[in-house]
Design a protein around this ligand. Structure first.
Ligand SMILES: [Zn+2]
Length: 500
């Protein structure tokens, strides 16, 4: 690499802990550890569950491009009250329900282009780490066993409440605090829960039981990332009590800082209501993917600032779908003019300031595109403002289309105009990839699932014919399709088709 890792780009991040935007300086130069709270796997993912993964996947894409090595961990809570209730309801077991729902979560992440997560630790795989942390908290006087449970003693932590900037009484008033005669203070929370008959349990010094939710995240994040973690993320609804408690128990255990930057993403809402299972207005991702392209869902999640609520509606998704069609029309136009696929344009993996300096480009299309891309990078460097970045991406598209129209490139294929067009499109691709957009060519929408199905069948028949050396049949299929203005293109990953 021609530059030092992550050293020449000023990135700022809003830190919930300090309530201000701060320069981003990771604990270890060039390396970033990022932990984001994952799902409790008891019901299929709704689109609100995808907000955090898509946002933080984009954060990782940008930080990696800026030159950092990023390790991104998302936990899976595979033991919890809700899971136990759901397993009973389904006449199944907790591991079976958890495994099925985890598989659905993974499918959703894949569909939405969330590729950056390096590790998905499961709570039930970390019982020894959790037990040793609880034992240490008891030994240090921060926790106490009580009738088979173990509680964190909130009063033992002098700065409890610092993440939410509230004192313990205010927090108790604002949250659903479980009242129990086993606790010293109502705000104390369970690190270990004694098992009721028939519940899944693990042996412990306090009797059989299972971990509380908060301690899982502390144990797993410390194990896989070490402390202090650079970025700890999650939805705004996790700030209290989950993150406040995670912070309290982790710092009491460590004796020093747990997380440098706390980031909280806004929640998805429909109308004026938060999208949640308790509101009954959640939209299941697997069903949504039957009606909309996955790219449109990702685009929608990135189109506002991550700290603001995200407005969800079918109408907005349809509108986004039309916007994306505009991009794909340009990609087709670009392929016709240049003979190159937009999706195969080679982009540099890392930022190099010199390469991206508009002042170094000749006046005209390329300088304009470089100026717009600089705006996109600046938006992302300013507290990961994806909404601003998407605005710049749009303007790049408009400028490229205007250039093609003005130069009449489609008719004259003038090389002097073609070169800046290719350079501009390459930069558009680099910017799109930073946001996880336009990663792969999507098969041209024909408007019906039937056409897609028939095309898939023909492509399979042709592949089969070639395998059995029936080349006449394979050629006949290709020729027949060419007559219908459909072109087949054999790619390393399979055959795609386009209609001209
Ligand atoms: Zn968590």
């Amino acid at each position: 690499m021609a530059f030092e890792a992550g050293s020449d780009l000023a990135i700022s991040v809003y830190n919930t802990l300090t309530r201000r935007k701060e320069p981003f300086v990771p604990v270890h130069p060039g390396r970033v550890g990022m932990y984001v709270c994952g799902p409790t796997v008891y019901k299929p993912s709704h689109v609100g569950h995808m907000v955090g993964p898509v946002i933080f996947d984009t954060v990782k894409r940008f930080l990696s491009w800026a030159g950092y090595q990023v390790k991104f961990v998302v936990n899976i809570t595979d033991i919890d009250d809700k899971l136990i209730v759901e397993a009973v309801k389904q006449n199944s077991t907790v591991p079976i329900v958890a495994e099925r729902v985890t598989a659905d979560y993974m499918d959703c992440l894949k569909a939405l282009g969330v590729r950056g997560i390096d590790l998905f630790p499961k709570a039930t795989d970390h019982i020894p780490e959790i037990l040793s942390m609880i034992e240490s908290l008891i030994a240090k006087g921060h926790a106490y066993p009580s009738a088979g449970d173990v509680y964190f003693d909130v009063a033992s932590d002098g700065d409890y409440g610092k993440l939410c900037n509230r004192d313990p009484e205010q927090m108790e008033a604002g949250a659903r605090i479980e009242i129990s005669d086993r606790k010293k203070n109502p705000g104390d929370f369970a690190l270990w829960k004694g098992a009721k008959p028939g519940e899944p349990s693990w042996p412990s010094p306090w009797g059989p039981g299972r971990p509380g939710w908060h301690i899982e995240c502390s144990a797993m994040s410390l194990k896989w990332l070490g402390a202090p973690i650079d970025i700890h993320g999650g939805g705004l609804d996790l700030q209290f009590p989950h993150h406040e408690n995670e912070l309290a128990q982790s710092e009491s255990y460590l004796g020093h800082a747990f997380t440098k930057y706390w980031m909280h993403n806004g929640l998805m809402k429909t109308g004026d209501k938060k999208m949640s299972k308790s509101e009954g207005n959640e939209v299941v991702v697997s069903l949504l993917l039957k009606r909309h392209k996955s790219e449109a869902i990702r685009y929608l999640l990135l189109s506002s600032h991550y700290r603001s609520p995200i407005e969800f509606s079918e109408a907005r998704l349809e509108e986004v779908g039309r916007t994306l069609e505009g991009f794909h029309r340009f990609f087709e136009l670009f392929a016709r003019i240049s003979g190159k696929s937009f999706f195969y344009l080679e982009t540099p993996k890392h930022r190099e300031a010199k390469r991206l300096d508009p002042a170094l480009a000749p006046e005209g299309l390329l300088r304009d595109i470089m100026t717009l891309s600089a705006r996109l990078f600046e938006s992302l460097a300013d507290d990961f403002n994806t909404g601003g970045a998407i605005g710049a991406l749009h303007e790049m598209l408009t400028r490229l289309n205007r250039f093609v129209a003005e130069t009449r490139l489609e008719e004259n294929r003038d090389q002097a105009s073609l070169d800046p067009l290719i350079a501009g499109a390459t930069l558009l691709r680099e910017c799109g990839l930073l946001l996880g957009l336009f990663e792969e060519e999507t098969v041209k929408e024909s408007g019906t699932g039937l056409t897609d199905g028939l095309m898939k069948l023909l492509i399979e028949l042709r592949a089969e014919s070639r395998k059995t050396k029936n080349f006449a049949m394979a050629d006949q299929i290709r020729k027949g399709l060419t007559d219908l203005n459909i072109t087949l293109e054999d790619r390393p990953g399979g055959t795609i088709w386009r209609q001209s």
